[in-house]
Design a protein around this ligand. Structure first.
Ligand SMILES: Cc1cc2nc3c(=O)[nH]c(=O)nc-3n(C[C@H](O)[C@H](O)[C@H](O)COP(=O)(O)OP(=O)(O)OC[C@H]3O[C@@H](n4cnc5c(N)ncnc54)[C@H](O)[C@@H]3O)c2cc1C
Length: 391
């Protein structure tokens, strides 16, 4: 784990170095995750329901509006801090990590970048204080090909009327605000896509079925149903027909968040495996004394370190205003691979016990699988990287 503190940031520093403020922030979240999140993790996974009191505590802790300026009631922090929060929460529970990730890296980010002053005044204080956000792009027929979406928006009088269905929407059960994408003109292709700020109480909006999943079971993943859903004209986010740009650019940032989630999952599983290896005795000694186990733990630690360097670097690039599209795709691709490998090896280090629900590693493994799927599958990350590296 990075322990160096930045004293004089005059020259390039190790990527994993943290400022004193960042270290305090991280330690605070780590303590919270250990004391409040981890004890609920198994039960939330079994029930497939996120403990609502935890969400209240996320707001109290200030981690639902990390980058929202203080003038709007937020923390006035950095994207890097949001990434640290997602990593630390995911180390204890990946569902907790994704609740905070979607809020900060997708929803708040989209609002901060594209909303009008009026929208900022209306939505940012709520996002920081008590309202969960969700990001609704995918549909049953449009996943990787996101811009093939068919949810329709029509301007009728002074308002938009939305019809269609969204699928797989994280935070769907808990959210009060949805950044939702619909098309004004299916014939215009991606140029018809428009982003709307939709509130859960808008007429014609309902949350449908919640998915029963392999991993991140406590995170709600829901269908959204829009039946003549009435959205005020002033709730267009950005410009009509420019929603594709909002979708692409917010997902670029979101991918670093998923990288952080996967980093936390891998770190959490590694810590469990390393501890168990020192406790479990076979052939009269701790299994950690066998070189075969040591090499596995060393390989896992090396991959985690590489993933951490990539996640932190991409987040720092974002905060520095640099172009980070390639790095974000690489982060998501690589961190999700590392998480799957590390959590799988962690189960093997536990032997048969690792295969049971009495120990935590099988859950880390189940939780790791989503990293290769959402916010663009690994193939879609490879397609982005290929486009950018092969001239
Ligand atoms: C738990 C969970 C939470 C989610 N949360 C959200 C959310 O909050 N908001 C939201 O909008 N969406 C969300 N999603 C949707 C997610 O982003 C999509 O599932 C994902 O983008 C993949 O789309 P798909 O499932 O339709 O798969 P498909 O696009 O049908 O892909 C199936 C397979 O085909 C491959 N493939 C497709 N096209 C190509 C190509 N051109 N080249 C090579 N391979 C290709 C894919 O890589 C994949 O292996 C979530 C999904 C899950 C499972």
């Amino acid at each position: 784990m990075p322990e160096a503190i930045i004293q004089k940031p005059a020259t390039p520093l190790p990527i994993v170095a943290l400022t004193e403020d960042e270290q305090l922030f991280r330690d605070n979240i780590r303590q919270f995750a250990e004391e409040k999140v981890r004890p609920l993790s198994r039960e939330m996974d079994e029930k497939g329901v996120f403990e609502h009191s935890l969400i209240d505590q996320f707001f109290q802790l200030g981690i639902m509006g990390i980058e929202i300026p203080e003038a709007y009631g937020g923390g006035g922090g950095t994207f890097f801090e949001a990434i640290l929060a997602v990593e630390e929460l995911s180390r204890a529970d990946a569902s907790a990590g994704v609740v905070v990730d979607v809020q900060n890296t997708l929803v708040n980010n989209a609002l901060l970048r594209w909303s009008t002053e009026e929208q900022k005044k209306n939505y940012l204080p709520r996002q920081a204080a008590d309202t969960v956000g969700a990001y609704a792009l995918s549909e049953a027929g449009s996943g990787s090909d996101a811009f093939a979406l068919t949810t329709r928006a029509e301007l009728k009088g002074g308002e938009y009327v939305l019809n269609g269905r969204k699928l797989w929407i994280t935070n769907g059960k808990e959210a009060g605000t949805f950044i939702l994408f619909a098309t004004l003109d299916p014939a215009a292709g991606y140029k018809g896509i428009t982003a709307f700020i939709v509130e859960k109480d808008f007429p014609g909006f309902t949350v449908g079925k919640k998915e029963d999943k392999l991993g991140i079971r406590a995170s709600s993943t829901c269908e959204l149903i829009l039946e003549d859903c009435k959205v005020p004209k002033e709730n267009v986010l950005g410009e009509p027909g420019k929603g594709y740009k909002i979708a692409i650019e917010t997902l670029n940032e979101g991918r670093i968040g998923i990288g952080a989630q996967m980093l936390g999952v891998a770190q959490g599983a590694w810590e469990c495996a390393a501890k168990y290896a020192q406790e479990r005795k076979q052939f009269g000694k701790a299994i950690s004394e066998f070189q075969g186990i040591q090499f596995q733990l060393a390989q896992m630690a090396t991959e985690i370190e590489a993933a951490r360097c990539m996640v932190y670097n991409a987040a720092r690039m974002k905060d520095a205003g640099m172009n980070f599209v390639k790095e974000a795709a690489m982060v998501k691709l690589f961190s999700s691979q590392v998480a799957e490998r590390v959590t799988s090896l962690a189960i093997e280090i536990y032997g048969g016990y690792g295969f049971t629900k009495d120990y935590p590693v099988e859950k880390y493994w189940r939780d790791s699988k989503i990293g290769k799927i959402y916010e663009g599958t690994s193939n879609m990350q490879l397609a982005t990287i290929a486009k950018l590296v092969i001239k």
